[in-house]
Write a protein that binds this ligand. Sequence first.
Ligand SMILES: N[C@@H](CCC[C@H](N)C(=O)O)C(=O)O
Length: 276
Amino acid sequence: MLLKFTKMHGLGNDFVVVDAVSRKVFFNKRQIERLSDRNWGIGFDQLLVVEPPTQPDMDFRYRIYNSDGSEVEHCGNGARCFAKFVLDRELTNKRVIDVETKRGAIQLRVMDDGLVTVDMGVPSFEPSDLPFTADTSDELYSILVADKEYLLTPVSVGNPHAVIKVDQLLDEEVAKVGSLLECHERFPQKVNVGFMQVVSPEEINLRVYERGSGETQACGTGTCAAVVAGIKQGWLSPKVIAHLRGGDLQIEWQGAGQPILMTGPAEKVFEGQIYL
Ligand SMILES: N[C@@H](CCC[C@H](N)C(=O)O)C(=O)O
């Protein structure tokens, strides 16, 4: 079967986006792994599959797969690319779009300047929501990785994140500690690992080692998790600019019980066809 796709990115976090509204398409794990391979396929961090809604009052359903073929609940940069894709392809003319994801319903707002604001939902710091194995309920949790103690904040924004505040962002630490923590036994469904350097209460530098994809240029849910962790710990203000390797995201969170708002760009790179 010849598959039509669009290559997109949100701050360098790259996606292959497929229209499964006009024509039904299903993928198995092996196909996703091959398509994601940067030598043998197209190459992407995540595959986004746009489908018709299954629930009333929803405009679309969209499914998200990591490059290792695992299906995930939520993707911040992907949500913005999804919004641009359905408008560009004229699958809708709405600029406020309600979407079903594995995490639940989310709402996307396409602004006049082309930036997209996503209501990312209400975060949870409850370890069992990630899940994260913990005997006590703490502000920060200590964990031993490669003989060094790290203090992390567990955050669920629909998908699981561990946020670590660091003084410096070091290539080796992101790669090594990121990959060891991703598969740590205390995270039975694995975890995305964020390394956050606080520049000021309104500004952070962040690198994210993503579950199922490795370190990416940017991670939307990872940025939301880092900012809400920083606000909860008293390090950050309610509105923060996050500098990621691929560019900047604006995050706003007004505190417990409130949804996180994430604003950033979405870009189309090219369209193509490939044999599945
Ligand atoms: N890049 C994404 C997150 C994709 C899913 C993540 N790797 C997971 O497994 O939970 C984003 O922009 O949020």
